[in-house]
Design a protein around this ligand. Structure first.
Ligand code: SF4
Length: 427
């Protein structure tokens, strides 16, 4: 049983795992980033494997020209027989000539480009000069060596921070790529609270990118943006510490931390949030009937594990058996650890075989894991939820709280329905 005393999990021991890990690489982030940044192009410098990953993750686009692609390193490049830089320059020139709508070009490193030590930061500098002022060229790594898939977004946003314009104005910066509709809901709530100078990283277009300076307060929208937070700190911006806006409680505490930073009166805060809070509570309660009392195990994957475990234990009545996370960024996670009920096993990093042994021993009602592990676990009779769905589905803020709970309730309900079916009789 989880212990709901106020101490939380900040002082709890953390099992450190270092072994084989089974996760997608940072290239995956391009799928949601290219939808968000409407004049950006992501050019992966990688292998055919990288191209296939992107193609299959994004689906085949027939009508739209995609805003990502792969400059494929051939065997000659890998052996250092050709000058990959000359080829890259030619490819970029061809691309920008054909696509005058592109304003930001990201050169995205991969495992192969890192192995041959292709210096994409110098390439980005050279290409930025060559194509200024129309196009800004930046670079980041999406490689799968020792990383997890949400680090792609972190690396991308961190690469943008040094290029942001400076300001002395007091502004609020929301950090993280949310679907436009969810971002608009957050802006509307902040505006109702009386906070108006709000900007978002990344902007929807290059000319909407935020300004940053010593009077900038920033609030993270995703828990996996540690490098971006570090880059903003270097620019003098101040982070607003808060739990993440998942569920009614997380959203309220996130908004309250922002409201307090901007001196908003408590009465006004309560008036603005009362109706959406009530809606969120009602929506969560519907799914919580299915989830209450069920035991959940998080494999380390999306870096959303801690905030989601907090939401599911505190708002949906679940019991967290193990909460694994690829990396534990204590400074960012402190408000979450404060809230997470005691009793859950915390682990950082992955040693997949050992973790699978613990899943089998614990026999949880629901296991949140990567795609590659879900089918084998289902075949063993365990119920699973794909971690990657949580970043592709709108789950932030009040209006999505019910959908977030529903994502976890669905597989549990399906399992119960299947268990209730009479056994199939074969002739
Ligand atoms: S970056 Fe690495 S892990 Fe990702 S698809 Fe390319 S080769 Fe595979």
């Amino acid at each position: 049983m989880n212990d709901h005393t106020p101490l939380g999990c900040n002082a709890a021991p953390v099992l450190k795992e270092r072994g084989q890990h089974e996760v997608f690489c940072g290239l995956t982030g391009i799928i949601w980033l290219h939808r968000k940044m409407q004049d950006a192009f992501f050019l992966v410098v990688g292998s055919r494997t990288c191209a296939h990953l992107l193609q299959s993750a994004a689906g085949v686009m027939i009508f739209a020209e995609p805003r990502f692609g792969t400059a494929i390193l051939e065997e000659g490049d890998l052996a250092g027989l050709k000058d990959a830089n000359d080829e890259l320059d030619r490819e970029v020139a061809r691309l920008l000539e054909r696509r005058p709508d592109i304003r930001q070009l990201f050169l995205v490193g991969s495992c192969p480009s890192e192995v041959i030590k292709l210096d994409l930061s110098r390439a980005a500098e050279r290409l930025s000069q060559a194509h200024a002022p129309n196009v800004r060229v930046l670079n980041f790594s999406g490689s799968g060596i020792e990383t997890t898939f949400t680090q792609g977004e972190d690396a991308c946003l961190a690469s943008m921070v040094p290029e942001l314009a400076s300001t002395d104005a007091a502004n609020l910066l929301l950090v993280g790529a949310l679907p436009d509709v969810v971002e608009d809901q957050a802006r509307a709530l902040l505006s109702d609270l009386g906070i108006d100078n709000v900007q978002v990283l990344p902007g929807r277009r290059a000319d909407q990118d935020p300004e940053v300076g010593p009077n900038t307060r920033y609030a993270l929208l995703q828990p996996f943006l540690g490098d971006t937070a570090g880059a903003l700190d270097k620019r003098g911006a101040q982070r607003i510490a808060a739990p993440f806006p998942f569920g009614e409680e997380g959203t309220t505490l996130w908004l309250k931390a922002v409201a307090d930073a901007f001196g908003i009166e408590a009465d006004h805060f309560d008036r603005v949030t009362a109706a959406p809070r009530a809606r969120a509570r009602k929506a969560v309660a519907a799914a919580a009937q299915t989830l209450s009392g069920k035991r959940i195990f998080f494999m380390p994957d999306s870096q959303l594990e801690l905030p989601l475990a907090r939401f599911l234990t505190r708002e949906c009545g679940m019991e967290a058996v193990e909460v694994g996370t690829p990396f534990l960024h204590r400074a960012i996670m402190e408000p979450e650890l404060d809230l997470l009920p005691g009793g859950a096993r915390l682990s950082e990093g992955q040693d997949v075989e050992k973790q699978l042994d613990r899943v089998r021993a614990d026999q949880p009602d629901l296991t949140v894991c990567g795609l590659g592990l879900a089918n084998p676990l289902e075949s063993e009779g365990l119920t699973t939820k794909w971690a990657i769905e949580l970043v592709f589905t709108p789950v932030h803020f009040y209006e999505q709280a019910g959908d977030l709970a529903g994502l976890f309730a669905r597989p549990v309900r399906r399992k119960a329905l299947l268990a209730a079916q009479p056994a199939e009789v074969t002739p």
